[in-house]
Ligand binder design. Structure first.
Ligand SMILES: [Zn+2]
Length: 133
């Protein structure tokens, strides 16, 4: 899969902090309850921390109790890429930024009580937030 934004590992390493690099480019998972955006409640737009593409709107964020920022749908279906992930002995669906291929988190079909029933469980460090002005 080739993405509109393509950079070498060395370029990503130089641009992203060490922690961001390990999540976005190596699919690490940040510790739960540590993310800055977990309790963000303002209106605005969440974007990819690597390439700035818009990913989620604040209106679809919900309190899932899982310790990571959770959304029930992406800003547009084509904003994210969904990939079957069979690591760690589980079958999960990985969520990547469709614009740069960076790892964002996983989506689970357990967004109980939300309009879609989906829970996009995102690493806070993989996202940036722009409040509505
Ligand atoms: Zn991106």
């Amino acid at each position: 899969m080739s993405y509109p934004v393509h950079k070498s590992d060395a370029e990503w390493r130089a641009e992203l902090g060490e922690e961001q690099y390990s999540v976005l480019r190596e699919a690490a998972t940040e510790r739960p309850w540590t993310g800055e955006l977990l309790d963000e409640e303002r209106s605005g737009v969440y974007h990819c921390a690597a390439c700035d593409a818009e990913l989620f709107k604040s209106g679809t964020k919900f309190d899932s109790g899982c310790g990571w920022p959770s959304f029930y749908e992406s800003v547009r279906p084509e904003a994210v890429e969904l990939i079957e992930d069979r690591t760690l002995g589980m079958v999960r669906t990985e969520v990547r930024c469709a614009n740069c291929g960076s790892h964002l988190g996983h989506v689970f079909p357990d967004g109980f009580g939300t309009p879609t029933g989906d829970r996009y469980c995102m690493n806070s460090i993989a996202l940036g937030f722009t409040p509505e002005s």
